[in-house]
Design a protein around this ligand. Structure first.
Ligand code: HEM
Length: 256
């Protein structure tokens, strides 16, 4: 599985709770919560947009956060789900792998963090935007903020920008795959550096909170989000015919 060796002793109670129970409970709450929310609150399944109250900061912070987090997500799939032995087999050793992924990882983490801080500051700065923030969302922002901050820290730590560097593909990644195939090996995560452990706990808390917050909007096939306005506002007044061609997403509705 890996050249890296870990102690094979029985996990302690805390290790079992964190590295066996937590991921399964969090994923079960996430999946069942999403099904429940979709069935009983389909009309509330939204981002609860606040664009109408403030759009100046949002115009920059929102794409920064969203493009950043999409890149971070793709990086997680690559770094956590693709075994190191596969990349070794095609001639990409651990050093080359981290040299190739490090710049992207650091850029994606920075964009996500800056976008997130700006979005939260905007929410706090505008009383109207703040009034649209539910208690569940506030708790979620706490977990998400912790996951992003610790994620940026572990990314810097992994690459040696701070601390000594760490190859998480030999412990965190092996552990996550063992959980996903229902053969959990908590000993791998138990030996990972503390920053990685805290990041993973924060990440699973975000997953558990997901269905009860505005994050549900991320699962609404957001394919058109990239090119369309956040909310389509249309004037009641008919425009003078042929004045200008409507932009995509802004075409007038049919008036019968
Ligand atoms: C909602 C959940 C999560 C969020 C928001 C999140 C966010 C982040 C961010 C912003 C970074 C730094 C940028 C990057 O390297 O891509 C990062 C790095 C990292 N995360 Fe997460 N993460 C989450 C869940 C997880 C989980 C569940 C795991 C493992 C089981 C994990 C493992 C890692 C690792 C190993 C790194 C370092 C990657 C590198 O430097 O190449 N993350 N995360």
């Amino acid at each position: 599985m890996s050249a890296f060796t870990v102690a094979q002793s029985a996990p302690t109670a805390v290790e079992s709770i964190l590295w066996i129970a937590l991921p399964y409970v969090a994923l079960a709450v996430m999946i069942s919560g999403l099904v429940w929310r979709y069935r009983y609150d389909r009309f509330g399944w939204s981002t609860r947009s606040s664009q109408m109250y403030e759009s100046r900061i949002m115009r920059i912070a929102s794409p920064l956060f969203h493009y950043g987090i999409i890149a971070v997500g793709l990086g997680h799939v690559l770094g956590l789900l693709v075994p190191q032995s596969w990349t070794d087999a095609i001639g990409i050793d651990a050093h080359l792998y981290h040299s190739l992924t490090m710049p992207l990882s650091i850029a994606a983490g920075a964009a996500t963090l800056v976008g997130f801080v700006a979005l939260v500051a905007r929410r706090r700065a505008s009383a109207l935007v703040f009034s649209r923030t539910t208690t569940n969302d506030k708790v979620m922002y706490l977990f998400l903020g912790a996951a992003i901050l610790l994620g940026v820290f572990v990314s810097w730590y992994a690459s040696g920008l701070v601390g000594e560097g760490h190859n998480y593909r030999e412990d965190v990644s092996v552990w996550l795959r063992s959980v996903l195939i229902f053969q959990p090996q908590p000993e791998y995560m138990a030996q990972a550096p503390l920053g990685f452990q805290l990041h993973v706990v924060a990440g699973f808390l975000v997953f558990a909170a997901w269905p009860f917050t505005r994050l549900v909007h991320a699962l609404s096939a957001p394919v058109q989000y990239v090119a369309r306005p956040y909310i389509v506002y249309r004037s009641r007044e008919p425009r003078s015919a042929g004045a200008r061609t409507a932009r995509r997403g802004w075409e007038p509705t049919r008036r019968d």
